[in-house]
Design a protein around this ligand. Structure first.
Ligand SMILES: [Zn+2]
Ligand SMILES: [Zn+2]
Length: 161
C-alpha cells in the first residue's frame, strides 16, 4: 500500500501562523484512549535549539542544522520514553522506511509548492497506565504554511535496549 501524504493549507499569512498550526493539526488527529492522554510538542533539536527546521526521509526527521535525527523511528528523546522502540502501522501505513535506488530516496516529502524542510510537531499517545502507545508526526512548511500528517498514529512497540 502506498503512503499517501495529504497536504492541507494552514493559516499562512495570518498572525497566528506558526507552529500552532501543526499543533492544532495533531490535536484534531490524535485522540487519547479512555483514561489515557496525548502530549503534543513542537520538535526541537537538542543541539540547535528551538525553531530549527527538519528534513524528512524514511519516516525520520533530521535537523537541517546538524543532521541529527529526532529519533521518531527508534525512540524519541522524551522523558517518558527511556527505551528504544520501533513503530508499527496502525490503520494507516507508515512512511516507506527503505531507501530508494540512488543517493536520494524517492519518498522525500515535499509540500505542494516543492519545499522540503519543515517545522515538526510530535504527538505521543499514552495509555491509562502511562505506557506510550502511539506516535504521530505533523509537518508544516515554514515557507507557505502547508500542513500534513506524516506519521498517523503509529503503534509504539518497545524493544530491548
Ligand atoms: Zn540540530
Ligand atoms: Zn512550502
Amino acid at each position: 500500500m502506498d503512503h499517501e501524504i495529504a497536504w492541507t493549507h494552514g493559516t499562512a499569512g495570518e498572525p497566528s501562523a506558526g507552529p500552532e498550526d501543526v499543533l492544532r493539526l495533531l490535536r484534531d488527529a490524535v485522540r487519547p484512549e479512555p483514561g489515557g492522554r496525548v502530549e503534543i510538542l513542537v520538535a526541537e533539536c537538542e543541539t540547535c535549539g528551538p525553531g530549527e527546521e527538519f528534513e524528512v526521509a524514511k519516516g525520520e526527521c533530521f535537523c537541517v542544522g546538524c543532521c541529527i535525527p529526532l529519533g521518531i523511528t527508534d525512540g524519541y528523546a522524551h522523558p517518558a520514553a527511556d527505551y528504544p522502540w520501533r513503530l508499527e502501522a496502525s490503520e494507516v501505513p507508515l512512511p516507506p522506511a527503505s531507501p530508494g535506488p540512488g543517493f536520494e530516496p524517492p519518498d522525500l516529502p515535499r509540500c505542494p509548492a516543492g519545499h522540503d524542510v519543515f517545522h515538526v510537531a510530535v504527538a505521543l499517545a499514552f495509555a491509562a497506565d502511562g505506557a506510550l502507545r502511539g506516535v504521530s508526526v505533523g509537518l508544516r512548511c515554514p515557507e507557505d504554511g502547508a500542513l500534513c500528517l506524516y506519521v498517523d498514529n503509529a503503534r509504539v512497540v518497545p524493544c530491548a535496549a
